[in-house]
Design a binder for this molecule. Structure first.
Ligand SMILES: Cc1cc2nc3c(=O)[nH]c(=O)nc-3n(C[C@H](O)[C@H](O)[C@H](O)COP(=O)(O)OP(=O)(O)OC[C@H]3O[C@@H](n4cnc5c(N)ncnc54)[C@H](O)[C@@H]3O)c2cc1C
Length: 416
């Protein structure tokens, strides 16, 4: 039987990687009584459906800083948390076929280096194609150059979430798995507690919305809307391939679109389809405000996105094969994983207090970056709850300008 609590200092809604990191960081604060509510299971949402890539290569200052902070935490994670390795630093390679795009990417690299990313670099075409980990697999005549960061790579999100959550429980977290929040109670414009599906109430002055793509549903429980839509994304897992050949590949992205990386004994691939689909990715498929229908659809693979010969997966495979010829002959789709990106208008996260409801703090809207930026998010939320300055300026992540229909500072163009 879960422990029945009537009150807490903080209630977190959601036990994905973001809620897990927040729980861990808050529980390290002495004397704070923290409850985490999770409707389904630890890491049951987008966290377990992610490509799990980690990179420092962003265009905005804020996302580079989120990666610098989180990267240090992930490098140290298995030792400090006492768990198996969770970070495969096999590098992250952005390849470009267009010299103008490469030039723009080179300027971003200068910006990243100025912010403190030490090992990111620009490579010309021959240098990119002869990276040892790639084993001469690229079509060299198609590659103008690349940006390369060998310290980047990919993570194990489910393990990280479970470890955060277990360590938080050891530090006193009150865990309520299988418990759905239904209403955020308010009085005089301030949060007073969270009502649960069984109609019981946990009184608390602070509620943290860590509900991922359900973030708007949780905001509505407090009588407000946040600018967040859920957009379906697909990952394709391939047949087994010669492990010695593929297991050392980095995360590799072509022209900010199709990408692949090793997974088990094969590969995982996907794409950012925005440039190619009419109306941009938000219309493919259309976002919905019907959250019950979206929940049903989380695992559903529509026919167009399946393995059929005219399906999206085969389309992406063919795009990658243009740059990596062995894809055409040797790679086949074996299974499909899908889930939702949680997307704000400028595709940057929403972290901070809601100015309309005292005590409501949002930590959602991470787009394709929530796994990599979870450690920094936990630390930022800890600082906000304790009324301290976060480790760096989080102005570009605040919700306030979006509520006034204004653009936030520090735009991000590197959204995959
Ligand atoms: C295909 C795909 C590829 C991706 N690739 C990457 C990548 O390469 N790198 C990267 O960093 N990120 C990637 N992402 C994004 C990343 O997965 C998400 O940003 C991240 O997992 C968000 O974590 P979260 O904890 O906020 O949300 P979630 O993991 O979705 O967790 C939210 C939790 O809240 C719970 N919840 C919701 N409502 C309630 C309620 N009312 N009461 C109680 N509990 C509730 C849900 O059950 C869920 O467990 C990818 C996402 C997808 C879909």
């Amino acid at each position: 039987m879960p422990e029945k609590v009537q009150s807490a200092d903080v209630v977190i809604i959601g036990a994905g990687i973001v809620g897990g990191s927040i729980a861990y960081h808050l529980c390290r604060e002495p004397g704070l009584k923290v409850v985490c509510l999770e409707r389904e299971g630890v890491a049951a949402g987008s966290t377990s459906r992610s490509a799990a890539a980690f990179r420092h290569q962003f265009s905005s200052r804020i996302n580079v800083e989120m990666s610098l902070w989180s990267g240090r935490a992930y490098c140290d994670f298995s030792e400090s948390m006492g768990c198996e390795p969770i970070f495969a630093q096999q590098g992250y390679l952005f390849l470009y076929s267009d010299p103008a795009q490469l030039e723009a990417a080179s300027q971003r690299v200068a910006h990243q280096r100025a912010l403190g990313v030490e090992n990111v670099q620009v490579l010309d075409g021959p240098a990119a194609c002869s990276l040892p980990a790639l084993e001469d697999t690229l079509a060299a005549d198609k590659i103008a150059g690349a940006t390369w960061c060998p310290g980047d790579g990919f993570l194990h999100p489910t393990t990280i979430t479970q470890v955060y959550y277990e360590r938080a429980k050891e530090l006193g977290l009150i865990s309520r798995i299988g418990t759905r929040a239904t209403t955020i109670e308010r009085q005089n414009g301030k949060v007073t507690g969270v009502r649960l599906a069984d109609d019981s109430l946990i009184e608390a002055p602070i509620v943290i919305n860590a509900a991922g793509w359900w973030g708007n549903e949780v905001a509505r429980m407090a009588g407000v809307e946040i600018p967040l839509v859920a957009v379906k994304r697909y990952l394709y897992l391939t047949n087994q391939l010669e492990p010695r050949r593929v297991s050392h590949f980095p995360m590799t992205v072509f022209d900010l679109g199709p990408y692949y990386r090793p997974e088990s004994n094969g590969l995982l691939f996907g794409s950012d389809d925005r440039p190619k689909k009419p109306g941009g990715w938000q219309s493919y498929p259309p976002p919905s405000q019907d959250f019950a229908a979206l929940l049903e659809a989380q695992d559903g693979v529509p026919e167009d996105f399946g393995r059929s010969l005219d399906g999206y997966g085969i389309e992406v495979l063919a795009e990658i094969a243009e740059f990596v010829p062995f894809f055409e002959e040797e790679v086949a789709i074996e299974s499909i994983v899908c889930g939702y990106y949680e997307i704000t208008p400028d595709e940057k996260a929403l972290i901070g207090w809601d100015p309309r409801v005292g005590g409501l703090l949002h930590a959602t809207g991470f787009s394709g970056h929530g796994v990599m930026h979870a450690p920094a998010t936990g630390e930022i939320v800890r600082c906000l709850v304790r009324d301290k300055e976060p480790p760096f300026d989080i102005g570009p992540l605040r919700i306030d300008p979006l509520l006034r229909n204004e653009e936030r500072d520090d735009p991000e163009v590197m959204v995959i």
